[in-house]
Design a protein around this ligand. Structure first.
Ligand SMILES: Nc1c(NC[C@H](O)[C@H](O)[C@H](O)CO)[nH]c(=O)[nH]c1=O
Ligand SMILES: CC(=O)[C@@H](O)COP(=O)(O)O
Length: 99
């Protein structure tokens, strides 16, 4: 199942709900935080990473951190199936290795 959230900040709360539902063996948390003009980037990136970790610990279901933290769109696209690979599919492999 795919669940969409408004932004990376909201990933962890939904991941925790899904983990606690008991329906899933792993949750793949995929997104991109792109640096802007302000410090908002750091807040969202830090919250996403610590939140996904907490979601896994609190739900006892692996929540895999597949959130890109990039300086620009080019870096993000390169890592979303471009010349630097596909970090999304790597999260799936990580989940398989843990289950
Ligand atoms: N700047 C990025 C955001 N910002 C939105 C936040 O994640 C959040 O939805 C909002 O602050 C409301 O709580 N989200 C991304 O996924 N990527 C960004 O680069
Ligand atoms: C508010 C946001 O989600 C994000 O776009 C912030 O960008 P900026 O740092 O350029 O205000």
């Amino acid at each position: 199942m795919v669940v969409w959230v408004p932004g990376c900040f909201e990933i962890s709360v939904v991941a925790q709900q899904l983990g606690k539902s008991g329906k899933y063996n792993a949750i793949l948390c995929i997104g991109a935080v792109i640096r802007g003009d302000t410090t908002h980037y750091d807040v969202v990136a830090d919250s996403a990473s610590s939140g996904v970790l907490s979601a896994g610990l609190n739900s006892d279901v692996p929540c895999i951190f597949g959130v890109l933290t990039c300086d620009n769109m080019e870096q993000a696209l390169d890592r979303a199936g471009g010349k630097a690979g596909n970090k999304g599919s790597e999260t799936a492999l990580t989940a398989v290795s843990l289950c």
